[in-house]
Design a protein around this ligand. Sequence first.
Ligand code: CAA
Length: 254
Amino acid sequence: MSEVIKLEIHSQIALITLNRPSAMNAINHEMRKALPEALLAAQANPAVRVIVLCGAGDRAFSAGADIKEFAPVESQAAYRQARLENNWIGAFDRITKPIIAAIHGYCLGGGLEMALACDIRVAQKGAVFGFPETGNGIIPGAGGTQRIARMIGLGRALDMVLTGDRVTAERAYEIGLVSRLADVGSLMETALQVAERIGSHPETAIKFAKEAVLASASSPLAAGLLKEIDLLSLLMNSNERLGIAIDFKEKSKK
Ligand code: CAA
């Protein structure tokens, strides 16, 4: 595994750390290769139930693409083709296990796009979110324009993307960009608690629950409802479900 990405397994949690603290965990070529490898390794490890993604150092989750690597492209067509062939951010979509982003400090550009590609975002107070891309003469290009609109609605998404204005952790919580706020110093504790809570539930139920909820972002309501019934049907005879019913009936007899 590369030095810019750390993968540690702690019981049923895989902790993936963006590890370029001196560059605010900016996403360089090496990280674009190593991060999908770490995600897929966590996915393939049967002991792992939940993945937590965080940034090293005390200043940033990630300040986005590594600007020092910005260079002219050979041609627009070649760039487009390369992006389609090397879709590093697409690795997130291949992970069926829940992914939690634990965010502190700057979470900008591609950093915010990574956070948006996770399932749950926990932010430490003091974190700062934003899309500086338009100011840099580009647009968010790792799913940001699509995922931010689905997450916080078109109006707020357009405001963030077009102005580039930054949003505080408290505001991010208000608008649903993150679902939990942690006090300074308790980010990892909060994120790991969420991971443990999820990991305490039956594995297949969690897998199907993620699949069903994510389907709502890409399917018409009728198709999503059908998927929900399909997935629920597969769980109806699970040992966990039937065990809970037996225990409950036993308790009420007493
Ligand atoms: N790329 C490369 N290095 C970065 C970086 C980035 N995106 N962001 C920060 N760094 C590096 C700085 O170069 C600096 O390194 P040195 O000490 O070697 O000079 C170190 O991190 C600390 O940064 P600053 O000295 O700038 O710290 P600051 O507190 O003054 O500012 C900041 C922090 C506001 C995050 C500022 O660094 C900044 O604006 N960074 C760029 C943010 C940005 O525009 N990101 C989006 C890139 S585009 C994108 O992400 C979209 C895409 O993929 C298409």
